[in-house]
Ligand binder design. Structure first.
Ligand SMILES: NC(=O)c1ccc[n+]([C@@H]2O[C@H](COP(=O)([O-])OP(=O)(O)OC[C@H]3O[C@@H](n4cnc5c(N)ncnc54)[C@H](OP(=O)(O)O)[C@@H]3O)[C@@H](O)[C@H]2O)c1
Length: 230
């Protein structure tokens, strides 16, 4: 395989970890964020190339990716979180996140498709708010459900390119959750069979498996320590 690894939402958190993993392995890595300056700075840190791309403006995506060359692996990890409830529904954040994940992710695949190698692969990030909603997760739970369907239709449409979904539980050392009070994280760990939260390293390992194992396709895989069992 001679193409690059493209990580959409690679300036932070789980996407950044995946970008760093592949850059350290000697792969040509392209990572994106909404700011070209930040993407360039993070890319310099991990040994990648940075691009500015805003998934909430889907008509700009193809242009932003115009000079990306051949692609072997594509990771769709970006998110702009929307805290929302049906009782107190706020439209701007809901529309932005729905657009970002469901239209934006799909448009990235559309734009890059002629450049993705026939034995290439795609991982789409959802999350376990799909199956375990929490107060304020209305939009997040909904888009994660959309990711399940997106993975199914992409895998059916794009073969032999493989497409899988990854649905993390609470990733305790990710920037979003690491900033939370320890007692919040401890309570979630206590009701998880493994008695620990999944880590960014756990998620990176799962991404690598889904991208590289040629037998797995069209799956939506939970990486959550068995959280839903308790
Ligand atoms: N962390 C967890 O515990 C957890 C749990 C379940 C699911 N997930 C899923 O895992 C993925 C990664 O989560 P994370 O916590 O690692 O995320 P994160 O640290 O918040 O990083 C989000 C990334 O998305 C980019 N981004 C934000 N708005 C964007 C936009 N409009 N267009 C394009 N890119 C945009 C950010 O770039 P800039 O900030 O540079 O613009 C950044 O690179 C997400 O899809 C999330 O739903 C995470």
């Amino acid at each position: 395989m001679a193409g690059s690894v493209v990580v959409i939402g690679g300036t932070s958190g789980l996407g950044r970890e995946v970008a760093a993993h592949y850059a350290a392995a000697g792969r040509d890595v392209v990572l994106t964020g909404t700011s070209g300056d930040r993407a360039g700075a993070v890319a310099a840190e991990v040994g990648a190339r940075g691009l500015a791309l805003d998934l909430s403006q889907p008509e700009t995506i193809a242009g932003a990716l115009a000079d990306v060359g051949p692609v072997d692996h594509l990771v769709l990890a970006a998110i702009a979180r929307d805290h929302n409830t049906t009782a107190d529904y706020s439209l701007p954040g809901a529309v932005a996140l729905m657009t970002l994940k469901l239209v934006g992710y799909t448009e990235v695949v559309h734009a890059l498709l002629p450049r993705i190698s026939s034995d290439g692969s795609i991982v789409v990030f959802g999350g376990q708010a799909l199956n375990r909603p929490y107060p304020g997760s209305t939009t997040v739970s909904t888009v994660n459900g959309g990711v399940v369907g997106l993975v199914h239709t992409l895998a059916a449409e794009l073969g032999p390119i493989r497409v899988n979904g990854l649905h993390p539980g609470i990733v305790g050392d990710s920037p979003y959750w690491a900033a939370r009070p320890p007692e919040v994280l401890d309570a979630i760990a206590a009701r998880t069979p493994t008695k620990r939260l999944v880590s960014m390293a756990d998620i990176t390992g799962a991404v690598v498996f889904l991208l590289e194992n040629r037998g797995i396709n069209g799956q939506n895989v939970a990486v959550d320590g068995g959280w839903l069992l308790l």
